[in-house]
Structures are given as C-alpha cells and as structure tokens.
Design a protein around this ligand. Sequence first.
Ligand SMILES: Nc1ncnc2c1ncn2[C@@H]1O[C@H](COP(=O)(O)OP(=O)(O)OP(=O)(O)O)[C@@H](O)[C@H]1O
Ligand SMILES: [Mg+2]
Length: 419
Amino acid sequence: MNTQAPAVHDNGPEGVYLRGSGAVREWWRVSLSERAHMFRIEHGHGAAGSGAVDIDTVVDLDNLEAKLLKWRREGFVSEAGREDEARAVAAGSRFAVELQRAVELEREAREARAANRSVPPEAAHIGSVAMSPAPQSTPPALVPRVNDAYLFTARADDIALDIVENRRVMLIGHTGSGKTSFIEQVAARTGHGVLRANMNGQTTIGDFVGFWTVKGGETVWVDGVLPVAMREGYWLIIDELDFAEPSILAVLTAVLEPNGRLLLKERGNEIVEPHPSFRLFATANAAGAMSAYRHLYQGANLLNEAFLDRWRVYLFDYLSKEEEAEVLVRTLPSLTPAIAQTLAAIAADCRAAFAREDLASTFSTRRLIDWAELMLRTGDVERAAGPAIYAKVSAEDAALIRSIIRHHAIFDAGDGVSG
Ligand SMILES: Nc1ncnc2c1ncn2[C@@H]1O[C@H](COP(=O)(O)OP(=O)(O)OP(=O)(O)O)[C@@H](O)[C@H]1O
Ligand SMILES: [Mg+2]
C-alpha cells in the first residue's frame, strides 16, 4: 500500500460501499492505488472480499468523486454509514433499556416514599393507587356523594398519582365526558371536601380571592373560594377555566407552583399558605389539544403555553362503547346489557358523525344516561329522545340522530328489517 497517497477526506473515500443484502448484495470497494493520487475501485456481488470481482480499475480523484455521487444515487451506502445506522438503532434500544431501569428506580423510590408516608389501612384505592383519607376536620357536607356507578378507566392511575404528588391537574375534553365527576368521585372515596368555581360568567375576582364588606357597622374581609380551599385543605375544582378573566388567571399562576402561596394584596399583602390537603384542579372544554373545537364553546379563551405548562393536562375522551354500556347498566340497573350496548353504539355512531362534521353537536355520556333514564320511565325511545336529545340540537341534527337511532333499533330488535 502506498502511504504517500493523499488523504482526500477526513476519513478518506476508501472503504466498502454496499447495496442490498444476502444474494442481491452488491458492493464497490475503494482503496488507495499503488500509483500516487490514484484509487483502485473494484466491484462484485455477495460478501466483499469473497466471490468474483467483475470490475477492477484505477481512477483519479475527480473520477472517483463522480462515482461516489453516482453510487449514492443508486442506493449504495458506505459500510461506515451502515454501522452508524446500526449504532443508532442499538442506541435507541439502549435508551429503552436505560429508561426501563430508571422507571424501576423511580418505582422503588416512590414505594419507599409511600412506606414513609405510612398510608393508613383505611386508604382508598383509585385504580392501583392508594390514597390517604382527608383529615377528620373536613365538613361532611363538602364531601361529594360516592357514585357507585362511576367507572375508573385506565387513565385513573396516572391522575391519582398526580393528586398524591400534589400536582396541578387540568382535565380537558368535550362536555359530559366525565371530567368533573372524575375528581368528585376520587374526593368522595377519599373523604375530601370539594369546592367548585365556574369561570363561565359567574365568578368574579372578588368571589375568587375575597372582598371587604360592611357587616354590623364593621368592615370585614370575606375570603374567596381560593383562600378558603387553601386554608382549610379542600380540593378546588375550577370549571371552564378557559372562560376565566385574565385577573383570575394572574392570581392562579402564583398558586400553581408546588406549595405555591397566595398573596392577598387587598388584605395588606397577607400570605396564605396551602394546607397539605389542598389540591387544585381545572376543567376546560376548548383549551390546549381541544382548541380546534373552540367554535363549539363560544367565548372560550386560548390558555397560553406558559400557563398550560404549569399543569398536568389530561385529554378526556368519551368512554369506549364497552365501558359506556357498563356505566349505563351500573347507573340504571333495570337496563338490560343488550339495551345498554345498543344505546352505547348509538352514542358512538353519533360521535363518529360529529367527528366527520355531519353532526354539529356531540353526544355526551350525560345525555346518554339521561335518555336511558327517560326511556325507562316512558318505555318509548322516541318520546324519551325529545327532551334528552332532539330539543337540544338543530332540526337537521335531530333528523340525522333519529335515523341513527332507527337504524340501531331496527337491527337490534331482530325483526328482520334491514336498513
Ligand atoms: N367514567 C364514568 N363512569 C360513570 N359515569 C360517568 C363516567 N363519565 C361520565 N359519567 C357520567 O356523565 C356525567 C357527566 O360527567 P361530568 O359532569 O363529569 O362531565 P364533564 O366532562 O365535567 O362535562 P362538562 O364539560 O359539561 O362540565 C356524570 O354525571 C356521570 O353520570
Ligand atoms: Mg364539568
């Protein structure tokens, strides 16, 4: 080998260039020629170095550069390039292995923390997460009633852990998908008192933070819902947060930090420390990933990313057909599984029509349960659909929903009419 040959690239163009694999594997090999400034190129099939070489020639650098370009266009990749690729794949799986190890470590740490926290025997379980009950002082009137029909789906575990870890949780999704009731049902099972504030026109900054008023000739301060929840350790659900006025969002931002404190400027800068049981939740229909539906929720504001980043945001889809049928039977035990399945299928079809924009209105679990309840009272599918569905939507939507219902009712009655 001629060691005087110039190094034309950092690594030089020498090496094997490959295309295909196995029997159709084809290669070019570039090496330094005996002649100065020249390169030997060889071509063959199969494994480089074994088998017949059908081209063996010597070219100068310009010629070689042109060939390298041509080979690249023809799909040849240098062996080094292939090794890089293989290394990237290996790195990917190495990352997955590392991540798995980190997950194990985190799980052990979490279990150790839970053991230290000494979760009492009366802990409630949400999914697989053990949650401590609320302090004894919680007024029972503020604890929501347990709804035995409530179905915790796969998403419950993550959110329950966030609550244990005192994260701020925002649930977004269409109306009636179970956002508010999820938080209420976790609170109900753990005995936490819940306060709610709806941001859609009803809550002023005074209601939220507090205000001065005159009582019996004396000026007194009245805490708003936020400081009450923070001082007493209640869970606060801020519903329809995407309708909140900017002054409320500004106050919230400070409280969103873990253990964030509230500064009551109106009260001479009094600082309100969060009680260890205090938790903050929000629900929204059209924030974040739901922004595409803002036309359905008129007046909803875009929440900016910096604000959203202070929350764990969960997108609540409607329940699956099977889950919804189960919820129906659990909520209305007189309903037979067959009826529940048909109703859940109708709801799913209406939602699919909504997704295709054939329907302007969606179909909530709340609406479905209400319709089923009326159906049980009247024994009449159409009559029940009047107040539960048709009267709430446009005439065109009502007509399409009616045809979806007919279609299912006919099929499932098994009366032989095909539609
Ligand atoms: N997983 C579930 N298990 C049982 N019932 C459910 C479930 N999800 C929703 N529901 C039923 O649907 C009703 C409406 O749910 P919820 O009020 O939580 O909806 P939401 O998402 O907060 O709606 P909105 O955006 O209109 O406030 C609940 O009262 C409950 O009856
Ligand atoms: Mg709600």
